[in-house]
Design a protein around this ligand. Structure first.
Ligand code: HSE
Length: 436
């Protein structure tokens, strides 16, 4: 059988890795796919650089639309990124009857519904394993491996840049700004790291996972997104003293009245496996009713780890290209008529426990007034830590860990506490998850 023909749109880090791994492992990949997979055409604005990667192995053009228009190309791999031109090209490729592979989490989290609907109408596949957690086959696991289960929640370290920064802040006691500069110098963080450090990249990824886990549409605009830029080294150290690590988690959790979809720095018990995922590594923890807890760990970025996911999609498409479209794996795990509109809960209704740090006057009755406010809002305290005041100081840090409560209730209590004349600085509020 002739090889299936692939056109790459963009040949940067991931495209180059895809080309190399496909070449290196071509015999094994052919053996698994049932036919060869050949990159026949590459489009990249930097034609010379593209040619230096692929040599004479395939045609190189500057215009992506030449790839889409080529009737010999069966699969278009979009590696451009972003919401703009990538969206147009993916929709054009679908309209031209091509299957699509994309690593573009932003595109799918924001425009996924439109793209999957267009693909269904045209009877083509859109595969996106590389869009979430790079080389970790988490899409395959959620969509197929766990298909027997009712998934209860997902909690993932799904951004390597921020995990690297948090690991360095904890192990070296450094502040965010210093570590970010170091991460940029070492190439772990991009020159413009906004999407990573503000939690947007993680929110794109957890949005995609929530759709697959719960059969809901992708709806990035409903996600609560909070990054790590305001996180202070002091809180990482206090959390450590209390037996916790702080990680940027993407959380999707089923509740009776809706779904929580949120990204924020989170205290997690230091003895959980996921708390020990350090540096730029990724990990996703999934709680499901039949299998229980499963944990997926690996590299979330990089040329060959991401290529591993792109090629897995190419193999899947190659195997299923001749299948009746109705018998393929649905894009978002559920058949289109079995999707549901369970609402994403507003943050006020999210249930979690909290870490609070209050800078307070060190005088009689302060602790009692604060605990009274918490009690009046039915918020139960789990632990309290108060440092001795430094010599000559009349103020100190008071750290409180709570049991689970509603975010809205906590915010009301916080407003009252903040108004106390003995609370001397803005209260730090972080969320805590036991992940049990
Ligand atoms: N910038 C991402 C990260 C990798 O730091 O994990 C691509 O999603």
């Amino acid at each position: 059988m002739n090889p299936i023909k692939v056109g790459l749109l963009g040949i940067g880090t991931v495209g180059g890795g895809t080309f190399q791994v496909l070449q290196r492992n071509q015999a094994e990949i052919r053996g698994r796919a049932g036919r060869g997979i050949e990159i026949a055409m590459v489009a990249d604005l930097d034609v010379d650089r593209a040619r230096s990667i692929v040599g004479d192995a395939c045609t190189v053009v500057a215009d992506a639309r030449q790839v889409i228009a080529n009737p010999e190309i069966d699969i278009v791999v979009e590696l451009i990124g972003g919401y703009g031109v990538a969206r147009s090209l993916v929709l054009e490729a679908i309209a031209a009857g091509k299957h699509v592979v994309t690593a573009n989490k932003a595109l799918l989290a924001v425009h996924g519904s439109e793209i999957f609907a267009a693909a269904r109408a045209k009877g083509v596949m859109v595969a996106f394993e590389a869009a979430v957690a790079g080389g970790i086959p988490i899409i395959k696991a959620l969509r197929e491996g766990l298909t027997a289960n009712r998934i209860e929640w997902i909690a993932g370290i799904i951004n390597g840049t921020t995990n690297f920064i948090l690991s360095e802040m904890r192990s070296k006691g450094l502040d965010f700004g210093t570590v970010l500069k170091e991460a940029q110098r070492l190439g772990y963080a991009e020159a413009d790291p906004t999407f990573d450090i503000e939690g947007v990249d993680a929110a794109h990824k957890v949005t995609i996972m929530s759709a697959i886990a719960f059969g809901i549409p992708v709806q990035f605009d409903q996600a609560h997104v909070e990054g790590i830029t305001a996180l202070q080294a002091t809180d990482i150290q206090y959390a450590q003293q209390l037996g916790y690590r702080i990680k940027l988690l993407g959380i999707a959790r089923r509740r009776d009245n809706g779904i929580e979809l949120r990204v924020h720095p989170t205290l997690i018990p230091a003895n959980r496996l996921i708390a020990n995922v350090e540096g730029a590594m990724n990990a996703v923890l999934v709680q499901a009713d039949a299998v229980g807890t499963t944990l997926y760990y690996g590299k979330g970025a990089g040329a060959e780890p991401t290529a591993s996911a792109v090629i897995a999609d190419l193999v899947d498409i190659t195997r299923l290209a001749s299948a009746d479209p109705d018998h393929r794996v649905p894009h978002l795990a559920f058949q289109p008529d079995a999707m549901n509109n369970t609402p994403i809960l507003p943050m006020d209704q999210v249930q979690t426990s909290f870490y609070l740090r209050l800078r307070v006057a060190d005088q009689a009755g302060v602790l009692s007034r604060i605990t009274t406010i918490l009690a009046e809002h039915q918020i139960s305290i789990d632990a309290v830590l108060q440092r001795e005041s430094a010599e000559g100081e009349s103020q100190t840090d008071l750290i409180i860990l709570t049991h689970d409560t509603q975010e809205g209730r906590m915010n009301k209590a916080l407003a009252q506490m903040q108004a106390l004349p003995t609370v001397l600085a803005p209260i730090v509020k972080l969320r805590k998850e036991e992940l049990a």
